[in-house]
Design a protein around this ligand. Structure first.
Ligand code: ARG
Ligand code: ZN
Length: 877
């Protein structure tokens, strides 16, 4: 475990390696406790490096066995080897071959970084710094080499032997062993190395690329799970086609392998030619996977595939550039989902997720720029900011340059940087050059942390028939950044006349405008619309054209007008959320909300509007989350009061919309037999959202309907929504339902995760006591990331009422659990700890209790990892 106290890494210190490792020839003799790794490297001194300079390679918990240079064993005095570095003190002046043999213990690797065992199968995870836990190397993304990998293992136990690239040869050896050799012709950084050995089932499909290359696609899963992998295969094929059509990118090897494992720290990993997945993002069948799970599979399969070009062919120069591959690849997977499903529904879902994950991060102690300039532990920077805000920045570029302009920039990027380890500056230069637009101001988005706030005020001049909008942008101080510069903000806009129709105008002045996008460039800018009628209402930030907050002078009736009539689906939904948010804030501080009735009327009109998509209507029934409201309550955020306010609003909605709910519930019929497509999923989503409202109805009939919904469910989406409603509202029969669910799914861990989550997220449970009780279940294990996340995320994220219990018991519990998890899996512990990212917004009593819990982590008697120390220290700063 890395426990170093003070190692900050700085972007400004970047230097090239002194030597270049161009080829790597690896031999693995696999053994659960004593795996031998022989690593033969072709190495050359860079000409800037003085001859004789010590060659220093990274290591982490390695056991050194032996080393040779050009086949000659090294003597003492020629090298130094420790668990975390190898130093060649007397390197030859010319090109040479360095062979180092190490021993590692996969079965003791509970961190799940490097080479480890999952359900008895060998697998690897090397991003960000896991390769150094396998062998000594320049374990950094700008060190690109060609890898050949030979794997030797017992044939009976490990019939499948996989590594990156194309298969070379394989065959039998003595004593029941066999081997396989793989060659990856594409130079790559070590974080993309992968190896798998195990007894696995396989699903295969052929694919022919646009230029005629035949590719064998394989998905490897535990035996018996083959039928559950067909959806993932379908997603892979659609992703490959889409990347050819949309970005002109083809696959470049003869095979593309995916392996699903059940012990994995994150979603999945884009290793060249050998993606390794958390099985949650591969396995699906209607009985076990919800529609959201199907969508997640589509997204992650596409995401990892798209990395082949944005990440692998063009990789990052250093880890500060992480958003270069992650932000861009999220953008690509979001575009893919939008093309495959409904664009406006996808946009709303992405923005909801951005606002509930990234905005809180950006307004709290863990705020950091999309392209940070310092870090202590890189694994803590795989954040919502790097991924989601990083994607938003690509989206803004596309908005500013247009779809074709964006594509041109991407084409140049691929052409110019294929085979490179690149930077954000390299990336932006391609767009500036291809569009002939100066992007210097836009680049600030990568450097300045925090969410900008746009303040908008209006003035109407009746004589001249002009509407002036004065828009100012503010960016509050964030850790390490006191002062900020104004940024270039694309604002997609429209105007609505009082009638709700789109309002035309004769001209605009005061800002650069391209099509329907204002280019806001100054700290304050006044934009004048000429030839418009009085009372028209501006609709700003259509499609959420920039990741900003907006504070406008629209009154609730104007917001209601946008909610009823905006032609932009996103803005319509956002207006609804804004009105609901205003109501919730008022209710939570004990005020009246005069707009409540008008709101429920307008909501009823939307929910009953058959011209709107089911999925859209379902989203409109989701009221703002606690995270959405926190910024409006900063320093006095009382989660219990917000919970009560939400309950009150939901009850009002149920009362007003009940007849509509009943009609929709009985008339909307999702496709039967089950189909995971977007339309059927939308229908289920609408019905299931309605079911969640029926749970709070005071009418017994509705409770019976929820029970029936549970009992008649033929798919997991229906079954789990009903179960959640039964449990959260403690509807008679909920214990029996929990029992039935458990019995039905007890042999399917991914399904049981939902059983844990349904209870952990219940605002009416006992909180910590219930968690302790669930953790005793034989199906639970603190050593498996999926189990831990299934228990803790629904509690810390999905149950703000009980996570923030006024006695601080949950904070204390979480701090204790983080310390326990840390001894096994620091990356997982650090993730869990993120639950405290908004503690400073809490009301004073809870704030104090949260601070104490955080402090207790630093005061712990045990040695803590650099991972959780970094998060805790930043949280407390
Ligand atoms: N690159 C992986 C992805 O597709 C995630 C790797 C996360 N690694 C980590 N150490 N947290 O997004
Ligand atoms: Zn990624």
């Amino acid at each position: 475990m890395k426990t170093d106290l003070s190692n900050y890494v700085y972007l400004k210190d970047y230097q090239k390696t002194e030597y270049v490792i161009s080829e790597v020839d690896l031999v693995f003799k696999l053994d659960p406790e004593k795996t031998i790794v022989q690593n033969k490297m072709r190495i050359e001194r860079r000409h800037q490096t003085d001859a004789g300079t010590t060659l220093v390679l990274d290591g982490d918990e390695l056991t050194f066995i032996s080393a040779q240079v050009n086949g000659q064993s090294l003597n003492e005095g020629q090298f130094e080897a420790s668990a975390n570095s190898f130093r060649l003190l007397t390197p030859p002046a010319d090109e040479f071959e360095l062979t180092i043999t190490t021993q590692v213990n996969p079965s003791a690797n509970t961190q799940l970084s490097g080479l480890y065992l999952s359900s008895g199968n060998y697998c690897t995870q090397c991003e960000a710094e896991g390769f150094r836990r396998i062998t000594y190397f320049y374990d950094r993304p700008d060190s690109l080499a060609i890898y050949k990998t030979r794997i030797e293992a017992l044939k009976a136990k490990y019939p499948v032997l996989l590594a990156n690239g194309n298969p070379l040869t394989s065959g039998d050896m003595d004593a029941g062993y066999h081997f396989a050799e793989w060659l990856d012709p594409h130079p790559k950084p070590s974080y993309l190395f992968a190896l798998v050995a195990g007894d696995l089932g396989r699903v295969s499909a052929p694919y022919t690329t646009a230029s005629g290359r035949n590719v064998a696609l394989n998905i490897y899963v535990e035996h018996g799970n083959e039928p559950r992998s067909t959806y993932a295969m379908d997603c892979l094929i659609r992703s490959m086609k889409w990347d050819e059509e949309r970005f002109g990118r083809e696959y470049d090897l003869d095979v593309f392998n995916i392996v699903a494992v059940s012990d994995f720290n994150m979603g999945a990993m884009e290793n060249k030619g050998l993606n390794i997945f958390n099985d949650k993002y591969i396995l699906a069948d209607p009985k076990v996977a919800t529609d959201a799970d199907y969508e997640g599979i589509e997204t992650v399969v596409a995401h990892e595939y798209f990395h082949n070009w944005t990440g692998n062919r063009i990789t990052c120069r250093d880890w500060f550039q992480l958003c270069l591959k992650e932000g861009l690849t999220v953008f690509r997977d979001q575009e893919f989902s939008s093309d495959e499903r409904s664009r406006s529904v996808q946009r709303i879902q992405n923005v909801r997720s951005l606002k509930s994950r990234q905005f809180p991060e950006d307004s709290g102690p863990l705020a950091h720029p999309v392209r940070p300039d310092t870090y202590k532990e890189i694994n803590n920077f795989y954040t919502a900011t790097v991924y989601q805000k990083g994607s938003e920045l690509c989206g803004m570029l596309q908005t500013l340059l247009g779809i074709d302009g964006f594509r041109k920039g991407m084409d140049l990027y691929f052409e110019r940087h294929d085979g490179d380890a690149a930077t954000i500056e390299d990336f932006l230069a391609c767009f500036a050059e291809s569009s002939q637009i100066n992007l210097d101001q836009f680049a600030l988005w990568y450097h300045q942390s925090g969410t900008p706030l746009l303040k908008v005020t209006r003035l109407y001049n009746r004589d001249r028939q002009e509407l002036s909008l004065t828009i100012s942008q503010e960016l509050a101080p964030t850790p390490g950044q006191e002062k900020k510069e104004p940024m270039l903000i694309p604002i997609r806009f429209g105007l609505l006349a009082k009638t709700g129709d789109e309002q035309a105008f004769s001209a605009i002045r005061g800002a650069k405008v391209k099509d329907d996008v204002i280019w806001l460039e100054n700290a304050t800018q006044t934009i004048v619309f000429e030839g418009v009628s009085e009372g028209c209402v501006p609709s700003l930030l259509r499609g959420f054209s920039a990741p900003v907050n907006i504070e406008s002078d629209l009154n609730s009736f104007e917001k209601l007008l946008l909610m009823q009539h905006d032609c932009d689906g996103f803005s319509k939904w956002q207006a609804l959320q804004d009105v609901a948010g205003d109501i919730l804030v008022k209710l939570s501080v004990g005020q009246e909300a005069p707009e409540l009735d008008a709101f429920t009327e307008a909501l009823a009109a939307i929910i009953g509007d058959d011209s709107l998509e089911y999925a859209f209507r379902a989203l409109c029934l989701q009221m703002p989350s606690h995270d959405d409201l926190v910024p409006h309550l900063s320093g006095k955020y009382d989660p219990e009061a917000v919970y009560q306010a939400k309950l009150k609003l939901r009850k009002q909605i149920t009362k007003r919309l009940l007849p509509l709910f009943e009609t929709i519930y009985s008339e909307v019929k999702p496709a039967s037999p089950f189909n995971p497509d977007a339309t059927s999923a939308g229908a289920r989503s609408l019905r299931n959202t309605i079911v969640s409202y029926l749970g709070i109805s005071s009418d017994q009939r509705h409770h019976e309907l929820v029970v029936k919904h549970f009992e008649n469910a033929d798919n997991m989406s229906d079954q789990i929504s009903a179960l959640i409603t039964l449990v959260h509202d403690q509807i008679t029969g909920y214990e029996v339902a929990l029992q039935q669910f458990y019995e039905m799914h007890k042999n399917t861990p991914l399904a049981l995760d939902k059983w844990f989550a349904a209870q952990a997220s219940s605002p009416t449970s006992s909180g910590v006591e219930m968690l302790e009780c669930l953790a005793q279940d034989p199906a639970f294990s603190w050593g498996t990331p999926n189990r831990v996340r299934a228990l803790l995320d629904p509690f810390t994220i999905g149950n703000p009422r009980l996570f923030n219990k006024a006695d601080g018991s949950s904070y204390k519990y979480l701090a204790q659990k983080v310390l326990e998890i840390d001894t096994k899996n620091p990356q997982l512990a650090a993730r869990v700890l993120n639950a405290f990212r908004s503690w400073q917004h809490l009301e004073p009593t809870r704030r104090q209790l949260a601070r104490q819990a955080l402090a207790s982590i630093l005061d712990a008697k045990q040695a803590i990892s650099i991972d959780i120390r970094d998060i805790t220290e930043r949280c407390l700063q």
